[in-house]
Design a protein around this ligand. Structure first.
Ligand code: ATP
Length: 309
């Protein structure tokens, strides 16, 4: 089936004019009508724009931007029958990496305008009983959120993922905090420096934090790092940054469908790589297969190969 109605939700600070021109040109060549072109703003990373696209009745929304833009568009399309395509234009590009999508505009457009797609899970998250939000990759508190918060935007532009390593160094002084986590009714208590919920396993730098986690397996993964000695901390931090878990790490990973994180005090949390705010109780439920996403079989094969390595 060839879609003819398409919207582009683009962050103009991430997708430059050349990129935008290429998108328009490739859409025209592929026989699409003039797209509904919606730019994000400093105040709205794409919520109202995605809603407008859905209400306009488009069949496909191409999201072009960094992780924040991609997350908000994915959240807005989850549960609808509108397909999403990704043009990764940030530093982390976490969802694109996890789906094995091309990270350049031309390659991403090949997939966006192809007919191959898959359904992936999204995660409904409620923080302190507020309005539910969604993420597609991960939600985290502790050092993880601190790293995301400390990453300097200018530095990110300049040295890319290396900026996360520098931010991780800054976060080293953090103390573990008592946390109670529940996964499908089973409760565990730890003094943790990182507590995160993953829908996908791969974070930045092409390394896997939660090996085996797949965005379409209908499961969430709860990752808790609870080092008790400085040497453990250092290892846990190193693993967080290098994303290479080992047996002797003070790390546990549980999987399930419903996850609760109860902190003693409010702490910053991040969603798909962007710090969203502070919260004490995070409740997450997986919504299996809730998002239609353009991804080619070839890229899936590459992804599967990478997972086996
Ligand atoms: N039109 C705009 N003008 C200025 N700032 C904008 C505009 N649209 C979005 N932004 C800002 O861009 C940021 C979101 O960027 P986006 O999520 O696309 O990339 P990112 O999260 O920085 O990506 P990454 O972390 O992968 O580098 C938000 O801070 C938002 O306020």
């Amino acid at each position: 089936m060839i879609e003819t109605r398409c919207a582009v939700v683009a962050n103009p600070t991430k997708l430059d004019e050349r990129g935008a021109e290429l998108v328009r040109q490739r859409l025209a060549e592929a026989g699409y009508a003039e797209p509904l072109w919606l730019e994000t703003s400093a105040d709205d990373p794409g919520r109202a724009m995605t809603k407008e696209a859905v209400e306009a009745g488009v069949d496909l929304v191409i999201a072009a931007g960094g992780d924040g833009t991609i997350r908000v568009v994915a959240a807005g399309l989850a549960g609808t029958d509108v397909a999403m395509a990704i043009i990764p234009a940030g530093t982390g590009n976490l969802l694109a990496r996890n789906l094995g999508l091309p990270l350049d505009v031309a390659g991403a457009l090949d997939v966006a305008l192809g007919s191959d797609e898959r359904r992936i899970d999204t995660v409904v998250l409620t923080v302190d009983g507020g309005e539910p939000d969604r993420f597609a990759v991960m939600a985290g508190t502790g050092i993880d959120a601190m790293i995301m918060d400390n990453v300097d935007d200018r530095l990110k532009k300049f040295i890319g993922p290396g900026a996360y390593f520098i931010a991780a160094g800054k976060a080293l002084g953090r103390l573990p905090v008592p946390v109670r986590v529940t996964i499908d009714g089973h409760t565990h208590k730890r003094k943790a420096i990182i507590t995160l919920i993953g829908n996908c396993g791969e974070l930045t730098g092409n390394l896997k934090l939660i090996p085996g986690a797949q965005p379409d397996d209908g499961l969430l993964y709860l990752y808790v790092a609870f080092p008790s000695r400085p040497s453990h901390w250092f290892k846990a931090l190193l693993r967080l940054v290098t994303r290479r878990p080992r047996k002797d790490d003070h790390v546990r990973v549980w999987s399930g469908r419903h996850v609760e994180i109860h902190l003693q005090e409010k702490d910053a949390y991040e969603l798909d790589g962007d710090v969203e705010g502070e919260g004490r109780v995070l409740v997450a439920d997986v919504d299996p297969g809730s998002l239609r996403i353009r991804a080619s079989a070839a890229h899936r094969a590459v992804e599967a190969g990478a997972n086996n390595s």
